[in-house]
Design a protein around this ligand. Structure first.
Ligand code: GLA
Length: 495
């Protein structure tokens, strides 16, 4: 009896220990830079079907969005049928997705994109809760996490946004952590690498250990600012709510201030073009996931210019993964700074943001952003080098506008690795107009090709065994390296 008890005691503590080990940090190697892509909710709401989604996939390629880094195509709520199949598996709505979710995933993958889907930790998703509650369908994954994770993996899902509806309000607070952790582990054991996006509308300390990204607020409205009876937040409110969580962001783990509204012109109280540009600027300064929420099959030029500005995207995608912060705010005029490359390095992205109703001059003091001496300033929206300045830089910023600057002292190279692989095959360095690429594995044949951001070949060298140098100017490039038949593409800026 005693022996049994002792044995049970040891078994229990081993179990507790192994559970504890399971709860260790999420390290699935994914989204080392903030995820980029598209989600259906902000523009289509529940009205999604196969034709629309395939049209979006096509547009992601033809518009150049995919090649600019937007690779996740994510379905939001209401993709599922009103009932599970005979085996209790989730299934796509048979009318709107007649070919099924696997076929849709295959189509998305055939376009060089990744497939994202939506689920819920409760018994019913938010849209089903509000619209089809009487059906008592279990569209949520409560208690069915392992089964649903396997179903998602079998469809080729690469990204799961996991919502927080119908969880039972009497549940203790710990239930939320337990449920998200259960799905994290179910995904980890599903046989597929799946980005885990927590959507619980607030930040909790455990989230960076459990998700690749976590929503810090309730839903973003297509408004500049919350007014009176609005049920949720505008862009400006969310900027301020998300800012304070900056210390928690790091490669593979991101604060998520919600999907973009950029380009959703025309609605009631829709933001202006200037405000959408500020939205994009501040999301990029905050190293936020850049998940578009507009109908990209029909974009006007202003929307394209905002979403496809590669220099602004590069700020978001900087490999150091530091979330920028508001470092000064005087009478509604903000200076934000995001160190690029490393925290104490000599390159900074700076946003000058005007919250006021008239244009104003905003000044960034170099000492406030950790730089001294003369610095080169580039305006990323104007795509113009402004020249060298000492001590500070000032510019006029329109009402609700946001300038994006890159301010750098000295010369060097900054690298933004695309989320293709985590193994760096090339180590770039830059000085005196020479870019040197050093392979990270010695004595293996490798090749290097350098492209402009428009995809034009600039330089190429094959059959190398050691470092090689190219004479080039300062600017942005794609570097493609190939070693042992594996190729890797990353984006660099030389300065
Ligand atoms: C919640 C989420 C939204 C969206 C809807 C869908 O409100 O926060 O982002 O997914 O559910 O019902």
């Amino acid at each position: 009896m005693i022996k049994t008890k002792l044995f049970t005691g040891i078994t229990m503590s081993l179990l507790v220990m192994s559970q504890f080990t399971n709860v260790a940090a999420l390290d699935n190697g994914l989204v080392k830079t903030p995820p980029m892509g598209w989600n259906s909710w902000n523009c289509f709401g529940p009205n999604i079907d196969e034709t629309k989604i395939k049209g979006v996939a096509d547009a992601m390629v033809s518009s150049g969005l995919r090649d600019a880094g937007y690779i996740y195509l994510n379905l939001d709520d209401n993709w599922m049928a009103k009932s599970r199949d005979a085996n209790g598996n989730l299934q796509g709505d048979p009318t709107r997705f007649p070919k099924g979710m696997k076929e849709l995933g295959d189509y998305i993958h055939s376009k060089g994109l990744k497939f994202g889907i939506y689920g819920d930790r409760g018994t019913v998703t938010c849209y089903f809760r509000d619209n089809f509650k009487e059906l008592k369908t279990q569209s949520g994954s409560a208690g069915k996490e392992i089964q649903d994770a396997k179903t998602f993996a079998s469809w080729g899902v690469d990204y799961l946004k996991y919502d927080n509806c119908e969880v039972g309000y009497a549940a203790p607070a710990a239930t939320m952590q337990k449920d998200y952790t259960t799905m994290r582990d179910a995904l980890a054991n599903s046989g597929r690498n799946i980005v885990f996006s927590i959507c619980a509308w607030e930040f909790k300390d455990w989230m960076p250990e459990v998700g690749n990204l976590w929503r810090t607020t309730t839903d973003i409205l297509n408004h500049w600012k919350k007014e009176g009876s609005d049920w949720s937040w505008g862009i400006l409110d969310i900027v301020d709510l998300n800012e304070k969580y900056a210390p928690h962001a790091k490669p593979g783990a991101w604060n998520d201030p919600d999907m973009l509204q950029v380009g959703n012109f025309g609605g009631n109280r829709a933001p202006t073009e200037t405000e959408y540009r500020s939205h994009m600027s501040l999301w990029c300064i905050m190293a936020a996931p850049i998940i578009m929420g507009n109908d990209i099959r029909n974009m006007n030029q202003a929307t394209k210019d905002i979403l496809l500005n590669k220099e602004v995207i590069a700020v978001d995608q900087d490999s150091a993964g530091i979330q920028g912060r508001k470092i000064k705010s005087t009478n509604g005029l903000d200076v934000w700074c995001k160190p690029l490359g490393n925290k104490d390095g000599n390159v900074k992205a700076v946003a000058l943001f005007n919250r006021n109703t008239s244009a104003a001059t905003i000044t960034v003091n170099f000492s406030d952003i950790g730089l001294s001496g003369t610095a080169a300033v580039r305006d990323l929206w104007a795509k113009e080098d402004k020249g060298n300045f000492t001590g500070s830089y000032s510019m006029s910023v329109p009402s609700h506008g946001c300038a994006m600057l890159k301010i750098a002292t000295g010369t060097g190279v900054r690298e933004m690795r695309r989320a293709v692989s985590n193994k760096p095959y090339c180590n770039p360095s830059f000085s005196n107009g020479k870019l040197t690429i050093t392979p990270s594995i010695d004595n293996q044949l490798f090749s290097v090709a350098l492209y402009s951001v428009d995809g034009k070949l600039v330089k190429k060298a094959n059959s190398l065994k050691s470092a090689t140098s190219f004479s080039i100017g300062s600017g942005m490039y794609y570097v493609e390296t190939k070693i042992n038949g594996i190729s890797e593409k990353s984006m660099i800026t030389t300065y």
